[in-house]
Design a binder for this molecule. Structure first.
Ligand code: HEM
Ligand SMILES: *[C@@H]1O[C@H](CO)[C@@H](O)[C@H](O)[C@H]1NC(C)=O
Ligand SMILES: *[C@@H]1O[C@H](CO)[C@@H](O)[C@H](O)[C@H]1NC(C)=O
Ligand SMILES: *[C@@H]1O[C@H](CO)[C@@H](O)[C@H](O)[C@H]1NC(C)=O
Length: 410
């Protein structure tokens, strides 16, 4: 397709996208909106406070801006969230402070910010506006990630996994040993070797697509991969709309090996592996819910395409129920030993049950957004310099016929 044709159809797509409404959107949307308003108010107050302090630094009336944000409810009862990268001091720029608050869970990781009208792709106006190109990428991803049934498809599933496998190659022990590289740097697609690691099997198709998108739109690979992972989640029915930030630095240096989890690893090993990335057990529990959409191809090659719950391609909480194995299990469902191990570990069990129970969907979506934001920032040392582009994402679809229902085993 010629570029002008592409631009036209993409702008049409984004237009359709931003005006689309879904039946029965109300309940969850209203809930997100209410929190969104609260957050905007809080952000506004924080900005006002910063302004007052800048204008009158010695004014005793002006309340001190906190150095680093206090930790919010981690749901863990134990570990408080920690800051990472260049945000150790709570951030020096407004966007840095925002990301720091999301990492500390004192600010929502989801948002419905919308209404953005980008300049035409390729124009000077578009080049000057950081989020502009991402609106066009978003339109391309919406086409790529949704199947005809309205579920998210194999490219979406691979994109979600790709975001994890790029970012997950960073750890605090490595950083302390002088190896502060790996993480969300695009190296899974930019290095020549990472793609050949066994654990990255099955990600070839989405890496191919990412390379084409990178060429077409001229953005960084690290951002493209994390943007795709977030876009893919909101492309799944019931998926949260996670806030998206761009500005990461790319690297083609091969990431450290041995930092991604194995399907047969013990709960102790898995929990330690994620603790080392600053991800505590409850956050791991939320992230593992990504297997609600997933299918396996290489754990048991005889059962290629076997899903991890009865509703693959739908971001419902059925995965949590079915991994616990307390109810009937359709025979096509293939449970990972690693998921069963975490589900039954005392450090995760209560949270796992809470995601499967009443109110679990919104609790999980909220926690996934926080935990994924953290994952997507591992190894990123210029968060103070990033730009929020949440406004380009499609709106979430908050209902889906058949979501959460048990499939018949025949
Ligand atoms: C204990 C940690 C984890 C283990 C052991 C694990 C293991 C696996 C395995 C074995 C597969 C199947 C690969 C195949 O055979 O094709 C898989 C698929 C997948 N995983 Fe994980 N995973 C973990 C955490 C995560 C996290 C944190 C995410 C994202 C936030 C994630 C997202 C996915 C997705 C979306 C798929 C489906 C890929 C597809 O359908 O092509 N996983 N995972
Ligand atoms: C995990 O264990 C199963 C069953 O013992 C085995 O068939 C499979 O090859 C193992 N997978 C890996 C990646 O070690
Ligand atoms: C999942 O389990 C919870 C209890 O943990 C229960 O309330 C809910 O009805 C279950 N959902 C399904 C679809 O089995
Ligand atoms: C942040 O951006 C500015 C302007 O683009 C640049 O000069 C500076 O080096 C960047 N800082 C980091 C840490 O990337």
């Amino acid at each position: 397709m010629k570029l002008s044709g592409l631009v036209l159809s993409l702008s049409l797509m984004s237009l359709l996208e931003s005006t689309a409404a879904y039946p029965g959107m109300k309940n969850t949307i209203q809930e997100i909106q209410r929190r969104d308003v609260e957050l905007r108010e809080r952000r506004f107050l924080a900005r006002e406070q910063e302004k007052r302090q800048a204008e009158a630094p010695d004014d005793p009336e002006a309340p001190e801006a906190p150095e680093a944000p206090e930790g919010g409810d981690n749901d863990d009862g134990s570990t408080a969230p920690v800051l990472i990268g260049d945000l150790m001091d709570g951030g020096t720029t407004p966007v840095g402070k925002t990301i720091a608050r999301i990492l500390m869970k004192t600010e929502q990781g989801q948002s419905l910010e919308a209404g953005y009208k980008p300049p035409l792709l390729g124009t000077q106006a578009c080049k000057k506006d950081t989020c502009c190109v991402w609106q066009y990428i978003s339109a391309a991803m919406t086409l790529a990630f949704r199947g005809p049934s309205g579920r998210c498809n194999k490219y979406a599933r691979q994109a979600i996994r790709l975001g994890f496998h790029d970012a997950g190659t960073w750890s605090v022990p490595n950083k302390n040993a002088g190896k502060d590289f790996g993480g969300a740097d695009g190296s899974i697609a930019l290095s020549k070797t990472e793609i050949n690691r066994a654990e990255n099997n099955g990600l070839q198709d989405i890496i191919g697509k990412a390379r084409v998108w990178q060429k077409t739109f001229g953005v960084g690979m690290a951002d493209l991969i994390q943007f795709a992972a977030i876009h893919a989640v909101v492309s799944c029915p019931l998926g949260p709309r996670i806030r998206v930030f761009v500005g990461r630095k790319d690297s083609s240096k091969e990431a450290p090996d041995g930092l991604l989890p194995g399907v047969n690893d013990s709960a102790d090993k898995l929990i330690q592996l994620f603790e080392d990335k600053t991800i505590p057990p409850h956050d791991l529990t939320a992230l593992l819910g990504a297997h609600t959409t997933s299918e396996q191809f290489f754990v048991d090659p005889k059962r290629k395409g076997a899903p991890q719950d009865g509703t693959p391609g739908v971001w419902d909480t059925l995965f949590y129920n079915q991994t616990l194995g307390t109810g009937p299990l359709p025979k096509q469902v293939f449970r990972f030993p690693s998921d069963i191990a975490i589900a039954n570990d005392p450090r995760a069990r209560s949270e796992w049950e809470s995601f499967s129970g009443p109110g679990g969907q919104s609790h999980w979506n909220e926690d996934y957004a926080w935990a994924y934001t953290r994952l997507s920032m591992l190894g990123v040392n210029n968060m103070n310099n990033m730009t929020e582009c949440t406004k380009v994402l499609p709106m979430p679809q908050t209902t889906f016929k058949g979501a959460g229902e048990l499939l018949k085993s025949e």
